[in-house]
Design a protein around this ligand. Structure first.
Ligand code: PRP
Length: 182
């Protein structure tokens, strides 16, 4: 889906398709340079799937991947930091080099919980690669090794990110028109 397909539903394109493409390539090159062999990509559904698909294909070696689905307890659009595992990893990560791939770090509460949970499983190393980070919204201090873009504190959709499950297949990252957010 292109921004023109839903023109009046969007407020602004924040990051265009080619800008995303270039940055994801750079992140893959950085990961490839930092590790002798690619780490196990651990992906949190669903928002990170587009990012993962491009990032993994830009790595010039075979990448193993595994998936988790989590849900935040609580109401509304704010993350509560209390997380329930809906689908756990299939693989045992003990002794593995793990890279947690996330689409967006907002409050950081989900990430903070995930890092505690995954660390307890005894990986050889655990790092984070996040496409987007909202600097102003961070409520906890989390160390993120690879960040695609720092963005303003606005509700964004596209490239995997949704609003009520819509817009995930939009090719760019955009903000929604205010009337769409109600
Ligand atoms: C998003 C995102 C992170 C979390 C970030 O997931 O993928 O996991 O929110 O928010 P936080 O930093 O405030 O904790 P979401 O719950 O929207 O699920 P989805 O990926 O399935 O859309």
């Amino acid at each position: 889906m292109e921004p023109e397909d839903i023109g009046d539903e969007l407020a602004e394109v924040l990051i265009g398709e080619s800008q995303l493409r270039d940055r994801v390539r750079q992140l893959a090159a950085a990961i490839d340079a930092d590790y002798d062999e690619p780490p196990l990509f651990v992906v949190v559904l669903k928002g990170a799937v587009m990012f993962l698909a491009d990032l993994a294909r830009d790595v010039p070696q075979s990448v193993e991947m595994d998936f988790m689905a989590v849900s935040s307890y609580g109401y509304g659009t704010q993350s509560s930091g209390v997380v329930r595992i809906l689908k756990d990893l299939d693989l045992d990560i003990r002794g593995r080099h793990v890279l947690l791939v996330e689409d967006i770090i907002d409050s950081g509460l989900t990430l903070s919980w995930l890092l505690r949970n995954l660390s307890a499983r005894g990986p050889a190393s655990l790092e984070v690669c996040a496409l987007l980070r909202k600097r102003d919204a961070l409520q906890v201090d989390v160390d993120i090794r690879y960040v695609g873009f720092d963005i303003p504190n606005a509700f964004v959709v596209g490239y995997g990110l949704d609003h009520a499950e819509k817009y995930r297949n939009l090719r760019c990252i955009a903000t929604l028109a205010p009337e769409r957010l109600t």
